[in-house]
Design a protein around this ligand. Structure first.
Ligand code: PCA
Length: 332
């Protein structure tokens, strides 16, 4: 095989290729192929948005970069995705940013209850948070491509929940350290479970309640295992797509530009998809027999008090960088 015709296997080969023949001949580079692990199932709007992003990249680069999406934790488990991108096992990946709460509180500010509860505030919070998390990711050799929110997070239970006390003792499905803390503060018993495993976890009695979006509720067929949806709209958390900086630098400049342009487009499209999703998926919950309930004042007061405590704890841990996020957010 002539060196110029070697078939790149993932980005490592591409980068060797670029290093070896960067001068002059690089325009004949063959298509590179990037494996991209993502945590959520195919019917999730985030996954669909990422597939559209991959399609855009392929089209814009004339096939010079192909991104192969491996959804639902099939290539790496959710918890392993960030590390896999960092170490260069894969060049790109998606994960729930608040999963990194214990690494640095800045990653998880969007999972603090009642800080930003609608899309306008979520957009402001992202603007304030972005420079801080970009720096943190940069230190790990990672670059943020885009971030897209889930619809607001609400409560799924078997019985109606009128006060925070009604949550005591419930076996609670959680997805990150912040939600786990909330569950403990209301006296529930948290168990971390990934989205693809939700139906099984309820069916086997490992959990009996959860807080998540109408998207994840409807896609998990929540009506099969709970009957009440209480519309608490407590926070608007985000997924993030990051790329390994070395892998990115190994791309031709025109390909880099195409990736950045497609990422910008994907962020805008993803936010719009999320907004539409909220109403559509709540309606699906209703149609399938779930009782959609507005929360009582007592429940909201109780949850807000817990949210305030969580924000205070967050501030204490997040230090100067955290204070800068909140200051920027409050100014907007
Ligand atoms: N769905 C994901 C994260 C937030 C959401 O709405 C989950 O439940 O794990």
């Amino acid at each position: 095989m002539k060196p110029l015709q070697m078939r790149p296997i993932g980005w490592l080969a591409v980068s060797a290729f670029a290093a070896g023949v960067a001068l002059g001949a690089a325009t004949t580079a063959e298509a590179a192929s990037w494996d991209m692990p993502t945590p959520y199932p195919d019917k999730t709007f985030h996954t669909q948005n990422i597939r559209a992003f991959a399609k855009d990249v392929k089209a814009a680069t004339g096939g010079k970069l192909e991104i192969k999406v491996h959804s639902a934790g099939s290539l790496f488990k959710h918890k392993e995705i960030k590390g896999a991108v960092r170490s260069g096992q894969v060049p790109i990946g998606e994960f729930f940013m608040g999963l990194l709460a214990n690494e640095d509180p800045a990653f998880a500010i969007d999972t603090i209850p009642f800080l930003a509860t609608n899309y306008d505030d979520a957009a402001k919070l992202w603007k304030a948070q972005r420079p801080v998390v970009e720096k943190l990711f940069d230190k790990q050799g990672l670059m943020v491509l885009f971030s897209v929110p889930w619809p607001g997070q609400s409560l799924y239970t078997r019985k109606e929940i009128k006060t925070v006390d009604d949550l005591k003792g419930l076996k609670f499905r959680t997805y990150n350290p912040t939600l786990e803390k909330l569950a403990r503060l209301v006296g529930a018993a948290p168990t971390q479970i990934e989205v693809p495993d939700i139906p099984q976890a309820f069916a086997t009695g490992r959990v009996e309640a959860m807080i998540t979006s109408p998207s994840t509720g409807a896609n998990s067929k929540a009506w099969d295992f709970v009957s009440v949806y209480t519309n608490i709209q407590a926070w608007v958390p985000k997924n993030v797509v990051v790329v390994n900086k070395r892998a990115f630098r190994a791309l031709d400049k025109d390909v880099q530009d195409a990736v950045l342009a497609a990422a910008k487009k994907a962020e805008a499209r993803g936010w719009e998809m999320s907004k539409k999703e909220a109403a559509v998926k709540t309606e699906i919950l209703r149609k399938n027999g779930m009782k959609i309930v507005e929360p009582s004042k007592a429940l909201m007061d109780g949850l807000r008090a817990i949210g305030a405590k969580m924000l205070a704890d967050w501030k204490a841990k997040a230090g100067a960088a955290g204070a800068a996020i909140l200051e920027a957010y409050n100014k907007m």
